[in-house]
Design a protein around this ligand. Structure first.
Ligand code: SAM
Length: 266
């Protein structure tokens, strides 16, 4: 089963705690600039982007997955916002966007679903859809760190852990020769000490995007990085924080999830 065809992401970042964290983050980052219109081109079910609407930005969104776009419509509607949403691949978004924006976003570690050459084409094409002095913001896993560690297996927090039932979640990293990787999520249930079922969910391929590669792509297409943000506290909960200094560059090897805000300067 493909992860993005399931309901697994329907409530991603929709909890009050996550909404408040994201709202605080976006308020701090975006209020410094002249931004009114934002378009998230991998909006998923919308939980990561909804706080921008709550802050008063004019939000729109697109995503490859029809099911997630439908759910985003619901999530925004329930919160009182009727926003423009449509399906689109990053790779043909330029043709589908009818206007240009103050900020184009790709949230939730989504851009590495296309390979580095396609990211280059994407940034080039988005440049014509971003207003003068406008921005591009992405957040993603720290792929430099992942490539250094090349994990193959991790146990995630169990879904259920009662006396009678254990439902555990494991993540398997299936690395390919070209450095791309597939995540496989294995859910395994034991009831009354007996194994009951195991199910597998597959995420589409990721193509690791290194910081320096992305920086070069941005610079080659007229963008300059303005700020980078350690986003572990939002995406992963704060672990290992005492080992960090608060300086992005110095902490880079300890950060697992980060954001990059770049401005169009040419
Ligand atoms: C991990 S989810 C993040 C969704 C959302 N931004 C969030 O934070 O919850 C990755 C998203 O990327 C979308 N995606 C994957 N490949 C894409 C592509 N080629 N073009 C546009 N969106 C894509 C998926 O459909 C999915 O919604």
């Amino acid at each position: 089963m493909n992860l993005y065809d399931t309901s697994a992401l329907f409530n991603q970042n929709m909890s009050e705690e996550k909404q408040n964290k994201l709202l605080g983050f976006y308020r701090e980052v975006f209020s410094k600039y002249n931004i009114t219109t934002v378009h998230d081109c991998s909006i998923g079910a919308g939980g990561t982007t909804l706080p921008l609407a709550k802050l008063g930005y004019k939000v729109s969104g697109s995503d490859l997955s029809e099911g997630l776009v439908k759910k985003a419509k619901d999530n925004f509607k329930k919160a009182g916002f009727d926003i423009e949403l449509f399906t689109s691949d990053f790779r043909n978004l330029e043709k589908k966007l009818k206007c240009s924006y103050d900020c184009i976003l790709s949230t939730g570690n989504s851009l590495p679903h296309i390979n580095n050459d396609d990211i280059q084409d994407f940034i080039k094409s988005m440049s014509s859809k971003i207003n003068k002095n406008g921005f591009i913001f992405i957040d993603m896993r720290n792929w430099d760190k992942i490539l250094d560690e090349k994990p193959i297996f991790s146990a995630r927090d169990p879904f259920v852990m009662t006396e009678k039932e254990h439902t555990s979640l494991y993540q398997i990293w299936n690395w390919h020769d070209d450095q791309s990787v597939n995540f496989i999520f294995a859910t395994s249930t034991d009831r009354n000490g007996k194994h009951e079922k195991t199910s597998l969910t597959f995420a589409p391929t990721y193509y690791p995007l290194k910081f320096k590669t992305y920086e070069k792509i941005l610079n080659d297409h007229g963008f300059e990085i303005k700020r980078c943000f350690d986003l572990d506290y939002i995406w992963l909960g704060s672990k290992n924080e005492e080992a960090k200094t608060g300086d992005f560059e110095r902490d880079f090897s300890k950060i697992n999830w980060y954001g990059i805000l770049a401005q169009k300067v040419k």
